[in-house]
Design a protein around this ligand. Sequence first.
Ligand code: FES
Length: 653
Amino acid sequence: TTDPLVIFTPSGKRGRFPVGTPVLTAARQLGVDLDSVCGGRGICSRCQVTPAFGDFPKHGITARPGALSDWNAVEQRYKDKRGLTEGRRLGCQATIQGDVVIDVPPESQVHKQVIRKAADARPITMDPATRACFVEVPEPDMHDPTGDLERLKQALKDQWQVADLRAGLPVLAKLQSALRKGNWQGTVALFQDHRGGPAQLLDIWPGFHDAGLYGLAIDLGSTTIAAHLCDLADGHVLASSGVMNPQIRFGEDLMSRVSYAMMNPGGAGEMTEAVRVALNGLIQTLTAEANIDPALIFETTFVCNPVMHHLLLGLDPVELGQAPFALATSDALTLPASALDLTTVNPSAQTYILPCIAGHVGADAAAVALAEQPHKSKDLVLVVDVGTNAEILLGNESRVLACSSPTGPAFEGAQISSGQRAAPGAIERIEIDPATKEPRFRIIGLDMWSDEDGFTEAAANTGITGICGSGIIEAVAEMRMAGLLDPSGLIGSAEQTGTERCIPEGRTHSYVIWDGSAEGGPLITVTQSDIRAIQLAKSALYAGARLLMDEMGVDHVDRVVLAGAFGAHISPKHAMVLGMIPDVPLDKVQSAGNAAGTGARIALCNAGARAEIEQVVRQITKVETAIEPRFQEHFVAANAIPHATDPFPQLSR
Ligand code: FES
């Protein structure tokens, strides 16, 4: 007689096993993804499966109700005490008695997928570096006077195939009491670095402990620091928050912070301390909001530009301020969080910092690559992460190029006369009628256009306060389309444009979008110098993209991804009218949201992704915009709207 056939769904993996084989054992042997924290002791219930009985013509078997063993005492006890959903069995207790089809529900998979909000976003596959294991440790005795840690090491080797183990002092200090309190049973949090090497013992609790393991994905920007608190079991984001980067008081932009470090002895140290204090505060906010014990934060991942990277690590950034822009190290780093003075996490927590691509292209760009995967794209994709610096990637599965371009803060509404952050009251959408030259707009926080009835009353709450980054891009593009601006970016006079909204301002003109001065509100205009600021920013962005296209030897790209918290809000049409991005069909322009933050989350949830991005970064060709003469040429040509020479055939459709 042959052994029973077991088929696992949804993987479709199948094999024959002797009668009496536990389902968990069969799954392990077939490489089916089935979770276990207690090592098959019927305690953790992570191994739940759903057996199916009946005829399965597709699989060529009939599964009879007796195909799995009856409930044993352990499984029955679990069910009575903690409850099990109807139809579910514990995979470690139920044994195979006959042909059967066994479904592994998503929550029982270690490598479960985290669904991301955007419909077209790829899910994140869970494969965290930190996991919990229940372990039974032999008691010490007079004849075998080994240490508790050595016996724990041996037990983890026997029960969990952990080849080697290291433990730091904070967890060593808890070890003895935890093992005794748990009557020689305990749950450990183990961190396994993706590069191999010994596992790190991060924490230990008496007996079986299921408090959860958490991590933080942190996007450390020069202006804001954003963090997500994630559950390391399923990738769920429990809380997200952001704070201003307190280094702003040492310098608005990156180069002024580098000069602060150059001019002031100890200046780099001050900035390091400031950002670390802010990080601890932000972490406290997140753990309080999610109601999570900070001691359960076991991992943090960071993405940041090279200057932020060095200042976070306490490294002097001065070399990043001058050619050839050498980094102290560009490799990814795994460090104890305590080395960064992160005190609001578990004392043994680990930190992973993504690799930098080059002295001007940081771990934030690497994170964008991890999230958007240009190295796996069949068609040629241009990924632009728009911020104070634009990170630009161009590539496909055969080659990826990267550069960064100094766009300045205009796209974030800074250095714009009526500019402001994206907040309620800010104009975010605008249309200008080409015939009447009259504008209509929407403000953040109000779901109506300014020419709809009742707008003024409805807007009275927030006020109409200014223009945010996406608003100014639309305003300039709409002004061009309505003929208020010539291709060189000059605003016409009232006589030239035929609208009283073009008012003189010194020797130039401004276009009035909203005059709230009668009610004591602001006069919101787009001035000539606003247009110039936007032209500089968009030229820098376009020139960076063009430089990469030259390097790649192409004159067009297949698709464009606009990334970044701000990039997500840009209207593709207006970006193209302005000539921010190369000409492509509009339906080939997607926005990816905060791709750097997503990259940080992927690296947090999936240790394999860390290996992947380290490999990808080694293969990315870095293009340095600062020393490339063609960058200047492209920059000058891109000053016109949309461009002095490059064709924009999609615009004429
Ligand atoms: Fe823990 Fe089955 S593996 S209950």
